[in-house]
Design a protein around this ligand. Structure first.
Ligand code: FAD
Ligand code: UDP
Length: 375
């Protein structure tokens, strides 16, 4: 605790990055934390709430928790119980709803074939255009499944989602989606796949429920950073904004979310349906599949990619990585500010990766406190 009665840490952003660090610093090191967010709620982009119809929705798009990390899963399990959930996605292609990731059923139904897994491997080998060092998001898919499947499932979706051709994006973007030769139609294959039983917001409330943690909402940190005494800052917002865009704007991709409630029990057969080639939106997600909630009506969200607006996705491509390096160098030079999270480190991270990054950051900060500042 500071002698002046101020805060040891000012944490900017109450999403996963900020909330995990607030919890660790308060619980483990007994430090005093002020966590501020300019939005009117905690949880960052993972925030969920009950809509007017009483259905639990994710205002910032569907968030499905999955991880291979026992450490991350066990850590979050301190703050929530879980509901096992395996996400399934269908893509609307040539008038059919077909499984994505591409699997045995996708290919058989698309082309009217009845291949076995072994024959599908041969089929992929015959249509793939092998590329020795796949560099772009086009290389990855064309190198695995050939140009026709690439055009039908990936090219249009990616151009819509990113405003760029897959050939202009790093391989890592489309490499997020695997290709399978069996009939496994799960979107993810991680060891742990589950949703917080009572929602993300309830989980965040429990993380931040500590006498050493003060939460201040509707507040940009710039409004209070000179009014409240603090020693160290953790910043989880966009890194270029922190430095007043001194090297220029880092490109982020935005989305507009259009929410609807329908007076039917079910709107679509699975949690998410992707529309790679039609409409201005990329996908529709129906929350009840994801949360397991029973309700006579149902709520869905459409995602419309946007150039401007709230920053949601860093855009992985070489020139952006180069610009980010300038900001990363400036960030490293600041001794009392630590940058954590998807926007602050410009990484296309899932929730579990942000939690892992925050836990690693905590271990480093703990060294600083146990070495330099006897508690
Ligand atoms: P954020 O959640 O963005 O939190 C940062 C916070 O900082 C925000 O609340 C912001 O308001 C606040 N802030 C910024 N600037 C300031 C300021 N100046 N002053 C005060 N506060 C400020 N991940 C998965 O694992 N599974 C999924 O299914 C999944 N689906 C996704 C779907 C969409 C549409 C999107 C956009 C992301 C999805 N993600 C998913 C990724 C997930 O949202 C992120 O990994 C995670 O929420 C990032 O946490 P964070 O704390 O780094 O950032
Ligand atoms: N993608 C695609 N078609 C699909 C699904 C994904 O082209 O049907 C590509 C697209 O570029 C997308 C990327 O793969 O942005 C990653 O997909 P993911 O579902 O992981 O995106 P997120 O959920 O992070 O928006």
């Amino acid at each position: 605790m500071t002698e002046r009665g101020g805060f040891d840490y000012l944490i900017v952003g109450a999403g996963f990055a900020g909330s995990v660090l607030a919890e660790r610093l308060a619980n483990e090191l007994n430090l005093r934390v002020l966590i501020v967010d300019r939005r009117p709620h905690i949880g960052g982009n993972a925030y969920d709430r009950y809509d007017d119809a009483g259905i639990l929705v994710h205002p910032y798009g569907p968030h499905i928790f999955h991880t291979n990390s026992a450490e991350v899963y066990n850590y979050l399990s301190r703050f929530t119980q879980w509901r096992p959930y395996q996400h399934r996605v269908l893509a609307s292609v040539d008038g059919q709803l077909l499984p994505i990731p591409i699997n045995l059923d996708t290919v058989n139904r698309l082309y009217g074939l009845s291949l076995t897994s072994f024959q599908l491997e041969e089929f992929f080998a015959s249509v793939a255009e092998p590329i020795e060092h796949p560099r772009t998001s086009e290389d990855v898919v064309v190198g695995r499944v050939g140009r026709d499947l690439y055009n039908k499932f990936f090219r249009g979706y990616t151009r819509k989602q990113w405003g760029l051709d897959p050939s202009e994006l790093d391989a890592s973007v489309t490499a997020r989606v695997p290709t399978r030769t069996n009939r496994d139609d799960r979107y993810f294959s991680d060891t742990y796949q589950a949703m917080p039983l009572h929602g993300y917001t309830r989980m965040f409330e429990r993380m931040l429920d500590h006498p050493n943690i003060k939460v201040m909402l509707n507040t940009d940190y710039r409004e209070i950073q000179d009014l409240v005494p603090w020693r160290y800052m953790i910043y989880t917002g966009p890194v270029d904004a922190f430095f007043d865009y001194r090297h220029g704007h880092l490109p982020y991709r935005s989305l507009e979310f259009v929410h609807e409630t329908h007076p039917v029990e079910q709107f679509q057969p699975v949690g998410t349906v992707n529309y790679p080639n039609d409409y201005a939106y990329t996908r529709i997600s129906e929350f009840k599949h994801i949360t397991g909630q029973q309700h006579p009506h149902t709520s869905v969200v459409y995602e419309y990619p946007r150039e401007g607006g709230d920053p949601y996705y860093p855009i992985p491509r070489p020139e952006n990585a180069e610009l980010y390096r300038l900001y990363a160098r400036d960030a490293e030079a600041l001794e009392n500010v630590t940058f954590v999270g998807r926007l602050a480190t410009y990484r296309y991270y899932n929730m579990d990766q942000v939690v892992a990054q925050a836990l690693t950051t905590f271990r480093k900060l703990r060294e600083r406190h146990t070495e330099a500042t006897p508690l």
